[in-house]
Design a protein around this ligand. Structure first.
Ligand SMILES: NC(=O)c1ccc[n+]([C@@H]2O[C@H](COP(=O)([O-])OP(=O)(O)OC[C@H]3O[C@@H](n4cnc5c(N)ncnc54)[C@H](OP(=O)(O)O)[C@@H]3O)[C@@H](O)[C@H]2O)c1
Length: 355
């Protein structure tokens, strides 16, 4: 007798949810998306549309998808072999009570959020054994709910967990490259390092990352934020791990050892090329005007952890503060737009104050 194929729950039908859920669905898995009402309507009307940049579009018709909007519907449409969490870090506090109500439907929740802190928050809410830390290194552009372009098909990292092997096998069978990692914190912090690059500065200056890295003063600021984050990782005893398709270890080595005149041209090339057509996420969130960004889980986390460890991270603290204020409307987008000198003056002042 044929066993029914395991279903997967994807929480959030945005860029990453559609990337993971779309590949699973195209591989013949039953996939249920947990969406907010407006995106649920889009999925029910159009299904999924995804492509890797330069390749043909692939589609999953609506009738092949499950779409649910409430914890009760999640429970009714389950059980699931695993759930994938693919919301933004700033969605998590509002979502937590609903996650708690629906958690009986899945044995393990894969946390795909960028930044640090989400895994610990989820573990505290759901139980440590129910959460698997993961990360996605493919840059993905969302056009609408369930409608994406994968700018570069790199893959996922999953931390050690009793369910990692099974989840990795399902993802690999769906064509997603997966690497397994011994330590969740090293995985999340290594990914965070890459999310610092040209991200806050692009939001503040309204410049693309390659232009930022080509500017000598801004390159020094970018370099300083990496060195601060690496000092935090060192103090936490976390090695930088190699991520799928991303030279995170080489980045860390270069930031520690290479002279700026050698590191700068390499990063101008890498940072410009690595993103595809996408502006960084902080730029998109700040300029979308909805008031929320992931900065607290990125530069903010570096600054907070540094302070807890008795270190200083004035560059990350400044960037976190400025981006937060700009997103909230307390700092005009014109204050620093196309004005590296103004940002660098604030940075030099922050470093003097911290010395
Ligand atoms: N995009 C990338 O290239 C990329 C790469 C690696 C990692 N990441 C990380 O992956 C995470 C997800 O990013 P993303 O780019 O996929 O974001 P996104 O495209 O904005 O998608 C987030 C999704 O979460 C949904 N959502 C929010 N609250 C919800 C709720 N209460 N119930 C159900 N759905 C909810 C949103 O719903 P609506 O559709 O209603 O807005 C949206 O569909 C972030 O931490 C990001 O940093 C992103």
């Amino acid at each position: 007798m044929d066993m029914p194929r395991a279903a997967y729950l994807v929480i959030g039908p945005g860029a990453i949810g559609t990337y993971v859920g779309g590949h699973l669905a195209l591989a013949g898995r039953r996939v249920v998306f947990w969406a907010r009402p407006s995106s649920a309507a889009t999925l029910r009307a159009h299904g999924l549309r995804l492509r890797v940049a330069g390749e043909a579009w692939r589609t999953v018709p609506p009738e092949q998808l499950g779409v649910v909007t409430t914890p009760d519907e999640v429970l009714q449409a389950g059980p699931y072999a695993a759930a994938f969490l693919a919301v933004k870090t700033y969605h998590l506090p509002d979502l937590l009570p609903a996650l708690r109500r629906a958690a009986a439907a899945w044995p393990v929740l894969v946390d795909l959020l960028n930044g640090v802190g989400s895994t610990e928050t989820l573990q505290a809410a759901l139980g440590a054994e129910r959460v698997l830390a993961g990360t996605v290194t493919s840059p993905v552009t969302r056009h609408a709910a369930g409608h994406i372009t994968v700018e570069r098909h790199r893959g996922l990292g999953l931390a050690q967990h009793p369910a990692s092997g099974e989840v990795a096998a399902a993802l690999r069978a769906a064509g997603l490259p997966v690497r397994l990692y011994a330590d969740a914190a090293s995985l999340k912090w290594s990914k965070l390092l890459t999310n610092l690059l040209g991200n806050a500065t692009a939001a503040l200056l309204d410049w693309p990352p390659a232009r930022i890295y080509a500017h000598r003063g801004l390159f020094a600021l970018e370099h300083a934020q990496l060195v601060e984050a690496l000092a935090v990782m060192d103090a936490l005893g976390l090695p930088v791990v190699a991520l799928p398709g991303v030279p995170s270890r080489a980045l860390a080595w270069g930031a520690r050892h290479l002279p700026p005149w050698l590191l700068q041209p390499v990063l101008v090339y890498k940072v410009g090329r690595g993103r595809g057509q996408k502006m960084p996420s902080l730029h998109r969130d700040v300029h979308a005007g909805h008031g929320q960004t992931e900065i607290a889980a990125l530069h903010g986390a570096v600054a907070r952890t540094a302070a807890r460890l008795g270190l200083t991270a004035p560059t990350n603290a400044l960037l976190a503060d400025l981006v937060q204020r700009m997103a909230r409307g307390d700092l005009s987008p014109d204050a620093l737009r196309h004005n590296p000198a103004a940002l660098l003056a604030r940075w030099h002042a922050a470093r003097r104050a911290a010395a």
